[in-house]
Design a protein around this ligand. Structure first.
Ligand SMILES: [Zn+2]
Length: 548
């Protein structure tokens, strides 16, 4: 996919681009499981995080021309700040906080002051007199990685508050990146840590500026073609540059980089309808979720290069970085939006509840960086860089992962992927509908949906049949239903919904004994007991269920 060809096809929109998550402001969490945790993230995690951002804030002040003393940040440190700002944006989408917004606006002013006249914004580089987008260090630098996180934070802060100052900064920086790579005299390359690829697609969705989509396609298409010179002796697979996209059969290398790359590819497939991206996304999905994921949804077992291993290489004491789990949640979300299949949401649920959730302590101020399955004597640490703000930004997006809205032809669709007590407001063309959800999931197997609408509205309610659930009972307005899930794995109720209509699920949650695939050496002669989230839909997966 050479750059010239990419430029001739900007702005294509896929036929299924209408499926979209609902804004977090439209989703209210009111349950005994998530609501208390989100309160802890808002009231304890976010205030606690500021202390660990002092390196970043000093660097910003230096870049803005202010005198500072003390140590400054490292090459990827600014991403911590942006992941934190994104966390704060999700919290603000749920509950506005003028004090927090004032502090963030001060940070945005510093960012604007530290931004170079041409738009470049990576203050580690400018403070240290290094070369922006250094062609001799692209594999090890983090120019694109931090810019990607800046863009995502800016989009969410704007969505939550209506304040577009950070979005303006991000667009100016993205414009500089486009000119650097695709403008007159531009040279092919890409940042060794993927992230910018998916962020540019999201920025395109918000701005409809085709250059952002064009640059994302170029950064993906240039991989595997010798466009970036390895700085050190790390293998090219470490930064997903071993072979071109079409020839990549599996996700390889640094697990976080690889998953961010795969998410960008899935995003491009969704936005452009290009079959090459779609096929690649499916190859990455299958190789990761069928053969390289633990029973708890962790990935990336190798400590060396923080990397994926071979198929079925899943030791109990593997590395399994929290950011890789967060990355897999987002990859699963994009695969759902791309294909509307419940098995993507099965993986999302498994990873979210089992590999991400415990990463932040119940008190909100301690974290896990890694997630080994055998965790004896492994105390929580509190480095608060890299993974902690990624965990909080992921966990505060539960409402986004839970629902999606779209249409099939003229029929509006509402998808339910996660079972979370509270409500969602859905603006259908025929009128706004509120769906209230009553449940103590995952502790209890009952989930009730109640529709509130001033006038009857026709829409199809697609409720995910969890892959782990073998026995379910459904009642529509108290009448038992024998509805079978469709080929995509959803119970579909396509009808005219009236005020007060209800749908009740009972999802039997017996304890299940899991046996690992025989190729997983670490699990031979062992079983795992599990209740709730897992997936029988993955027939060739790393686990098999047997009756206890
Ligand atoms: Zn991390």
């Amino acid at each position: 996919m050479p750059g010239a060809r990419l430029r001739s096809r900007p702005g294509e929109v896929a036929a299924d681009a209408q499926l979209e998550p609902l804004p977090l402001a439209r989703v209210e969490l009111r349950d005994s499981f998530w609501m208390p945790k989100h309160r802890v993230y808002r009231e304890r995690t976010i205030p606690h995080s500021w202390f660990y951002l002092q390196w970043e804030l000093r660097a910003l002040r230096r870049a803005a021309g202010q005198p500072v003393e003390g140590e400054l940040n490292g090459t990827w440190g600014e991403a911590n700040l942006y992941k934190f700002l994104e966390t704060a944006a999700y919290a603000l989408a749920q509950e506005r906080d003028p004090v927090l917004e004032r502090r963030i606006d001060e940070v945005i002013a510093l960012l604007a002051a530290g931004q170079q006249p041409d738009g470049y914004l990576h203050v580690y580089v400018t403070n240290n007199g290094k070369i922006p987008w250094d062609p001799d260090f692209l594999d090890g630098s983090h120019d694109g990685y931090v810019l990607g996180h800046l863009i995502e934070a800016a989009i969410e802060y704007h969505a939550a508050t209506g304040n577009r100052a950070l979005l303006d900064v991000a667009c100016k920086a993205a414009d500089q990146a486009w000119r650097h790579f695709l403008g007159p005299g531009g040279r092919p390359g890409f940042c060794g840590h993927a992230e910018l690829e998916m962020a540019l697609v999201e920025l395109y969705r918000v701005t409809r500026e085709p250059r952002y989509l064009e640059l994302s396609r170029a950064l993906v298409g240039w991989r595997g073609r010798g466009k970036v010179k390895p700085f050190s002796d790390t293998p090219r697979a470490y930064f997903q540059d071993a072979v071109p996209l079409r020839a990549q059969r599996t996700l390889e290398g640094h697990a976080v980089r690889a998953l961010f790359f795969a998410t960008g590819v899935a995003d491009l497939a969704r936005e452009t309808g290009d079959g090459d991206y779609r096929l690649a996304a499916h190859r990455f999905w299958d190789s990761t979720t069928l053969r390289r994921m633990t029973v708890t949804g962790s990935v990336g077992p190798r400590r060396e290069h923080e990397a994926f291993g071979e198929d079925y290489e899943l030791p109990h004491d593997g590395y399994y970085e929290s950011c890789a789990a967060c990355g897999l949640v987002d990859f699963a979300h994009r695969m759902f939006l791309l294909e509307r299949r419940a098995d993507s949401a099965d993986v999302l649920e498994r990873v979210l509840y089992n590999a991400v959730l415990h990463g932040i302590s119940l008190g909100g101020t301690n974290t896990y960086y890694c997630n080994p399955l055998r965790d004896r004597d492994h105390l929580r640490d509190n480095c608060w860089v890299c993974c902690p703000p990624n965990l909080s930004r992921t966990l505060l997006q539960v409402g986004r992962y839970a629902y999606a809205r779209g249409h099939t032809g003229a029929r509006p669709d509402l998808y339910v992927n996660l079972f979370v007590g509270g409500s969602v407001q859905v603006p259908f063309p025929a009128g706004e509908v509120t769906v209230r959800v009553e449940t103590d999931y995952p502790w209890d197997e009952r989930v009730t949906f109640r529709v509130a609408t001033p006038a009857p509205v026709a829409f199809a309610l697609h409720v995910r049949k969890p892959g782990w659930c073998e026995q379910a009972r459904l009642e529509l307005n108290s009448a038992p239903q024998d509805t079978l899930p469709d080929d995509a794995g959803y119970w579909c109720f396509d009808r005219t919904w009236k005020d007060g209509d209800s749908l009740q699920l009972r999802l039997a949650m017996p304890v299940v004994r899991l046996v690992a695939h025989p190729n997983i050496a670490a699990c031979r002669g062992q079983v795992a007991l599990q209740r709730g989230p897992w997936s029988t839909a993955l027939k060739d997966s790393t686990t098999t269920a047997t009756r206890p």
